[in-house]
Design a protein around this ligand. Structure first.
Ligand SMILES: Nc1ncnc2c1ncn2[C@@H]1O[C@H](COP(=O)(O)OP(=O)(O)OP(=O)(O)O)[C@@H](O)[C@H]1O
Ligand SMILES: [Mg+2]
Length: 241
């Protein structure tokens, strides 16, 4: 499980995270919603050690993310992250994009790396695009490639930061369906999203983030349909869902 305890983070004298407590159990899907600038992306990046914290603690399966003894490459293989900007490499084929980390980080032989990578491409519906350049893919397909690339590492956890935010509206659903498929397979996921209806559909719990803290957390029926917190109510009244 992921255990986030009293996490604080500041940039200079700007306090971004102000005491975040949250646990994510195996098999859970937790969505984080909330206003821009409230620290949602920062928190996700702290979970796999891409950002440091000022106080508190984060453990993944009992491993302290911020301990000097922690192998960050192993941690990041176990905790995949996918961003709004999919950052696929344009000079590599779709298959090579998905296989690269297996070869470099996992030190797998080319053939086995490609087999694992290809299986993940098939899973996200890109099996027939393996030999193409990512520049020939649509935005939704490139984002699914980014997801397949993370899945190829066989992570136990996946973090998604607004993975549909940069997509044309007609491409959003195919990526959400990929996330839905992962959730039905039992993948443990934390996702930051502005897609409130999707958060309701996919999440075991929803956290409303406000000014560096979780203002409210609970099942979607509670947090989205009948929020108790005034800030949650305000935020949701301005969202389409
Ligand atoms: N590297 C950085 N240096 C200084 N300030 C930063 C840095 N990264 C983020 N911030 C600040 O931290 C705050 C939280 O940013 P963060 O990206 O986590 O918000 P967010 O909730 O993900 O917002 P959005 O919904 O717009 O993506 C913002 O005020 C941002 O300006
Ligand atoms: Mg963000």
């Amino acid at each position: 499980m992921i255990e986030i305890k009293n996490v604080h983070k500041s940039y200079g004298n700007l306090n971004i995270l102000k005491g975040v407590d949250m646990s994510v159990e195996k098999g859970e899907v937790v969505s984080i919603i909330g206003p821009s600038g409230s620290g949602k992306s920062t928190l996700l990046q702290c979970i796999n050690g891409l950002e440091s914290i000022s106080d508190g603690n984060i453990c993944v399966d009992g491993v302290n993310v911020f301990s000097r003894a922690t192998d960050l490459n192993a941690l990041r293989a176990n905790v995949g992250i996918v961003f709004q900007q999919y950052n696929v490499f344009p000079h590599l084929s779709v298959l090579d994009n998905a296989a690269l980390a297996l070869k470099v980080v996992r030190k797998m032989k080319r053939k086995s790396a490609e087999e694992v990578a290809y299986a993940q491409l098939e899973k996200v519906g890109l099996g027939d695009k393996a030999s193409m350049s990512p520049t020939q893919l649509s935005g939704g397909q490139q984002q699914r490639l980014a997801i397949a690339r993370a899945l190829a590492m066989q992570p136990r956890y996946m973090l998604f930061d607004e993975v549909t935010a940069a997509l044309d509206p007609q491409l959003v659903r195919e990526v959400l369906d990929t996330l839905l498929m992962l959730s039905t397979e039992g993948m443990t996921m934390v996702l930051v999203t502005h897609e409130i209806a999707f958060a309701r559909e996919v999440s075991s719990r929803v956290a409303f983030f406000d000014a560096g803290k979780i203002a409210e957390i609970g099942p979607p029926r509670q947090v989205i349909d009948s929020p108790k917190n005034e800030r949650t109510q305000q935020f949701l009244s301005h969202q389409i869902h």
